[in-house]
Design a protein around this ligand. Sequence first.
Ligand SMILES: [Zn+2]
Length: 312
Amino acid sequence: MFKEKIRVLLLGGSLTDHGSYADGNYQGYPVVITTESTVYHVRINAVSTQDPDNAQLAQYLEYQKQNVKHLADYSCTSTSALLTIKMPAVNGNKVPDMINSVVDPLIQYLHGGNYQPCCESCGSTQEYLSNYEVNGSYHYLCTSCAQQIEQNLQQNQQTTRAKKSNLVAGLVGAFVGSLIGCVLWVLIYRLGYIAGIAGAVTAICALRGYELLGGHLDRKGVIISTVMMLVMIFFANRLSWTWDAYDALKDEGYTFSECYQYLDNILDLSELTGSYYSDLFIGYGLTLLCSVRRIIDAFRTSSGSYRMKKAQ
Ligand SMILES: [Zn+2]
């Protein structure tokens, strides 16, 4: 995540760059740096017997937030401080100065207050700490906390998988949910656009609908909601085209339902079948683009799957 010439200047070159995060021991404290859109997150674990629950540390950070330019935000727990530092808009060479100007005073404060490096979970200062990835975030933990957290994740997976949803109620929920997206699709189409965003709304509402009425979004719920979404988008596109055909043919005495019924013939006669299907496929493409992340996430949550490993 940092170029080498940046990394060596950052916190005295003490961190190792792992691509998506950097970690290491800076002046005795475990430090992890991650990025999120336009900010850096710097996590440092420390406790002091003179500062129960890090209340004073939080006060200090609040003061720093008011007075240190690059410190955009912070959060403080009883075992760690999380600093949010804005990335420079243009000049990447400023990164070390910006991060150092926030972290160095904090480290001095920690040394001055006899803060000790600690496990982020239990706060123990006696154990050997390693950096663990837990569902995409990074935490310095002692071995027994790491084992405990992994056990909890396993247990959670088992209970999540054991939960069953009500299929019929869920189906109704997914239908009603995707209907909302479907209406939005037709309306946006009337304005002259193919509505990938309405496709995403269809996906979200279908999943949410299944969860609300079915009681729980399990794996079959995700699959059913996704299929429902695809079917409903087919109908949304068909309704949109029917509406166009109706606009063109109503003066000749055709009703809306006749236009719907004979849409294929109308398309054929007006040589628009190709455009119709290209709209449909572009619509599906945009929908998948906008919603695939959410569907994968829903699937992952529904199966209780998790990621935990020692970071290296
Ligand atoms: Zn621990």
